[in-house]
Structure formats: C-alpha cells, structure tokens
Design a protein. Sequence first.
Length: 76
Amino acid sequence: MNIRSVSAAVAVIALLLVIVGSILTVTWATEQGAPFTNYDLAEALFNSWGPTLIVVGALLFASMMGGVFIAQEEKE
C-alpha cells in the first residue's frame, strides 16, 4: 500500500465520522411540536450541521472540478 491510498482511506473515515457525528447530535424536535419553518431549517443547517455542510460543499466542488477536467478536450 502506498501513502496515497492510506491517506485516501483516512480521509474517507474522517468524513464518515463527521457525518455520523453530526447526524447523531442533532435534535429535530421543535417547540411544542410545531412543524419546521424555513428559519428552523436554516438554523439547523448552519448551526447544527455546519461541519457536515462544509465537507459536503468541498466534495461537491471537487467533483465539479473533476467533471470539468474529464470533459476537457485533449490538445494534440
């Protein structure tokens, strides 16, 4: 095993730990059982799920850049 595959495995494990930790620590109950509003959703996303949102954003950015790189025409 080379260092690249080991670092990729560590990154995947760290990502999974952040996602599982965020899921387990969020409580979805609102006051008096009222349904979620847009404000409640935004507050939950940015206050409780902040680290997960940042990681998902970075993954989406990396996948977008990879797609652009793959779609480029090769110059001969």
